[in-house]
Design a protein around this ligand. Structure first.
Ligand SMILES: [Zn+2]
Length: 163
């Protein structure tokens, strides 16, 4: 998509504060909706700064990479859970209560983690392998989805776990 500066002014009409953000979103992250990336609480409060933009960019590039290899797209936030992207601390506590895991120090609360699956013919092992090759530093392999994050890794070696 060409970057047309006049677009920015068009977007500025309905919501001035969100305009530059909306512009960036639609031009750089065309395959992910805000409903996929943000939890209900963050969405309701419009706390869009909570996503780590580098991690989101990596996710978009990974989506393109997977699509090129398999012709299947990636989805975040599929199924019943709406907490597969960035979460608030309160929502993380909810998740921890239900499924166990970190109460606050989750990469999901730092805006650096996304639970993703393939749109069709999902294969966690195949997806995890591609994610490790692509350079995600946290990869959790679950039966129906793969957790991806961009945690700091001193030597770039990823943390990989299986559930
Ligand atoms: Zn996760």
């Amino acid at each position: 998509m060409p970057r047309d500066k006049t677009d920015l002014y068009t977007y500025a009409e309905p919501d001035v504060e969100l305009a530059p953000y909306q512009f960036i979103w639609e031009h750089h992250f065309p395959n992910f909706s805000k409903e996929e990336i943000f939890s209900p609480e963050l969405l309701a409060k419009k706390l869009f700064h909570t996503v780590d933009i580098e991690s989101l960019a990596k996710l978009q590039r990974f989506r393109d990479y997977v699509f090129n290899a398999t012709r299947v797209g990636l989805v975040v936030n599929h199924g019943n859970s709406k907490l597969r992207g960035v979460r608030s601390l309160a929502e993380q506590a909810e998740v921890a209560k239900k499924y166990g895991g970190a109460e606050t120090l989750s990469m999901h609360c730092q805006g650096k983690a996304f639970d993703v699956s393939m749109w069709s013919n999902h294969n966690s092992d195949q997806l995890a392998k591609m994610a490790i090759t692509f350079g995600f530093t946290g990869v959790g392999v679950y039966p129906t989805f793969v957790h991806l994050d961009t945690r700091f890794s001193f030597d770039g070696v990823p943390v990989v776990w299986y559930r």
